[in-house]
Design a protein around this ligand. Sequence first.
Ligand SMILES: NC(=O)c1ccc[n+]([C@@H]2O[C@H](COP(=O)([O-])OP(=O)(O)OC[C@H]3O[C@@H](n4cnc5c(N)ncnc54)[C@H](O)[C@@H]3O)[C@@H](O)[C@H]2O)c1
Length: 437
Amino acid sequence: MKPVEIAKAQGKLGVMLVGLGAVSTTFIAGVLAIRKGLALPIGSLTQMGTVRLGKRTEGRSPKIKDVVSLAHLDDLVFGGWDIFQEDCYEAARTAGVLEGELLEQIRPELQAVKPLPAVFDPHYVKRLRGPNVKKGKNKRELADQVIEDIRRFQKDNHLDRVVMVWCGSTEIFMTETPAHASVPDFERALECNDPAIPSSMVYAYAALKEGIPYANAAPNLTVDVPAMLALAQETRAPLAGKDLKTGQTLVKTIVAPGLKARLLGVKGWYSTNILGNRDGEVLDDPESFKTKEESKKSVLDYILQPQLYPELYKDLCHVVRINYYPPRGDNKEGWDNIDLFGWLGYPMQLKINFLCRDSILAAPIVLDVVLFLDLARRAGLSGIQEWLSFYFKSPMHAPGLYPEHDLFIQLMKLKNTLRYLKGEELITHLGSEYYDW
Ligand SMILES: NC(=O)c1ccc[n+]([C@@H]2O[C@H](COP(=O)([O-])OP(=O)(O)OC[C@H]3O[C@@H](n4cnc5c(N)ncnc54)[C@H](O)[C@@H]3O)[C@@H](O)[C@H]2O)c1
């Protein structure tokens, strides 16, 4: 196979984050700390992961970052928008994820990241109000202001390339309307302030118009509409999303494929969480929770495939709850109760109690998605990057396909994509060459 031509990752890469909350500040502070040698990039495939190349007997398993040209952590420059004026140091303090001692060691760099005024309308995020908000006569004008922000950020920091990631709050549940049908329809809707266009779509439109890769860390509809997909194709911008796969859903997509692999039946899966950060507060609003719930619930259906295994999974009762409980802050606690059954239908139970740290699980994903989207752009891959499904609860996929949720298939897909880019043989795990077949 011939390798794909990939422009080298030269110069600086701007990372523009919409929302400087818990996830963003933990990501930025983490990268700064790692750059200074204060900590390790644990959880990041681009920094610590390896990829096997060739046969098992060849012993070639280099680090991913030595196989494909990825931006170096020293070359990342951070910026973004928020409805609050706190700089990144204060915002990290407010988020309360990282310890003060660590934050003090990177304080000047964090303080240098100051949020630009946001595109924000409380209609789409009911529980938030903030002072740092743009004004414009319509959504088109707001999008133009975001484009202006991107260009200025790029110029002031002498950036070679930019990636945008939505790390803002979860918006209310929305579905596709005629305003999303095509780029001209969407642009008309921007002009006439159509309510079908939430703030997140204004940012995404600005990024895609500029040909900038865009990732959606939240479950918002944003780029899952024909107009955005068409715009991404037009400007050759890569897309990834949506809703970072952390905490309970990560565990679900590890355990469920195992149960299905052994053909164990599942009658019920009850998941509940307590969470006390700002994300939890936003999700306490039923309209934002609905967006999250849809994203979390589809996972089991796709992994267990009840249409293929009706005796095992047809009547599965799947319940997901998130309860806002301030004393816990970002340190979420999740409980899963799984009612399963085995040989001759005999019932069993599996209980999982995960005391996780949401943003600690999310930060390395943001890093990987930024670096891989930048790689995709340099490799000429545009539109939906399904190979990045590994990182998302509701992976984007081409129309007519079903999404792949199984974490292990997702990882294989990601690594095979890297092999493909490098012109290396894809790994099928058949292994017939080692035996006498
Ligand atoms: N933490 C995780 O593990 C995780 C996992 C999956 C998805 N997510 C999603 O990622 C997003 C961020 O999570 P978080 O924990 O950092 O939340 P957070 O509440 O700490 O941060 C979100 C930030 O976005 C800002 N914001 C909201 N609307 C905005 C807008 N229109 N423009 C600019 N800024 C805006 C808020 O002011 C806030 O500072 C949420 O949507 C969450 O559901 C988080």
